[in-house]
Ligand binder design. Structure first.
Ligand code: ADP
Ligand code: MG
Length: 339
């Protein structure tokens, strides 16, 4: 049985259109799945739906099986327990997630006291251990969030996520707000912790290069759907879906802001969920679209061993013609929206 088995997940915000549409994903214990896609493609919505962290009135259908148990039909008491001990989330921008008026040690200890029924002394000891695990001295427990740097605060968020020994960590753009060197340190830390503790990891980023470097498998989302999924190196280096190819062309190397051009031949933004194009939702931006792509929305289907893609051309050779790179100025202007 998979650690996480997401089946036909659809998420509709109150009064809105579906931001996630029929997503199927699986993750085994100890494995790392990267979720990529431009801003607005539904990555965070998907992540939040896994733990039912969405605003009241949001409609979630499908199944989210965590160790075989459907999170979507659980009683709330069980959901709360699962949020710490089953799976926990590390968000981008730790400053907003930490409480400014409480010492960080108390914030890390809180779920340990609550969900682990630990004694005060036991929680304090565990808090010190967690801080050391994420590379901070145990004595920093007495610090307030504003006394820490951005990278240190993100380490605290990771310590909190690990507090109740979850089996799955969901990291939503955990390094986006950090500078490149700190970003690399935090990524290595997450990788190390996941490997040491045999955790499952879902890492979300708009940067395919970061994900390819960190994860075993990659799923690329567009307009609320997974359009390509497969082994990380293959999706990054030899994508089957034109959107995934454009994304990997946009992020050729880690930590090199100068190389982050807009996706090759790919201007504009992903569509608003309330105004999806007909047929394949990517066809208006697709450099290799056929006439029929305006009518048919291809299902995600097998595109090689262990690979899936949602494109009628699924499997054009890697050197299939993409639009000629435009002049750098035009590319800059067409830069994809990043969070
Ligand atoms: P990503 O994380 O890939 O950038 P999101 O999941 O944040 O994408 O957003 C997907 C879509 O859902 C976007 O069109 C966004 O505007 C919409 N959306 C996100 N949060 C809300 C919300 N609380 N209420 C209504 N729509 C939302
Ligand atoms: Mg997001």
């Amino acid at each position: 049985m998979s650690l996480l088995d997401v089946r036909n997940l659809t998420v509709t915000y109150p009064g809105g259109a579906a931001a996630v549409r029929g997503v199927d994903l699986r993750l085994d214990a100890g494995r790392k799945l990267g979720l990529a896609g431009e801003s607005g493609c539904g990555k965070s919505t998907l992540a939040l739906a896994l733990l039912r962290l969405l605003p009241a009135g949001t409609r979630i259908t499908g199944e989210v099986l965590l160790d075989g148990e459907d999170v979507l039909t659980m009683k709330w008491g069980r959901v709360r327990a699962v949020r710490w001990a089953g799976a926990s989330v590390v968000f981008q921008g730790a400053m907003h997630s930490l409480n400014a008026v409480h010492r960080i040690g108390d914030q890390i200890a809180e779920p340990i006291l609550l969900h682990r029924k630990a004694t005060a002394a036991g929680a304090k000891r565990k808090t010190g251990e967690l801080l050391e695990q994420v590379g901070l001295p145990a004595a920093r427990a007495d610090a307030y969030p504003h006394e820490l740097s951005g990278g240190q605060r993100q380490r605290v968020m990771i310590a909190m996520a690990l507090a109740c020994d979850p089996r799955l960590i969901i990291a939503d753009e955990p390094t986006t707000a950090l500078d490149v060197m700190i970003q690399a340190q935090i990524l290595r830390l997450i990788e190390q912790l996941v490997a040491d503790q045999d955790l499952g990891l879902i890492m979300i980023s708009h940067d395919l290069a970061v994900l390819a470097d960190t994860c075993d498998r990659l799923a690329v989302m567009y307009a609320g759907r997974v359009v390509e999924e497969g082994p990380a190196a293959q999706v990054y280096e030899d994508a089957r879906h034109p959107y995934a190819r454009a994304l990997s062309a946009a992020f050729p190397r880690i930590g090199d802001p100068g190389s982050r051009f807009a996706p090759q031949g790919l201007a504009g933004d992903p569509p608003d969920p309330a105004a999806l194009p007909s047929g394949c939702t990517f066809h208006p931006r697709c450099p290799v679209a056929l006439e029929s792509c305006a009518e048919q929305d291809p299902a995600l289907r097998e595109a090689g061993p262990g690979r899936r893609a949602a494109c009628v051309l699924a499997g054009p050779p890697p050197d299939a013609p993409l639009a000629e790179p435009q002049d750098p100025q035009a590319l800059q202007e067409a830069r994809p929206t990043t969070p």
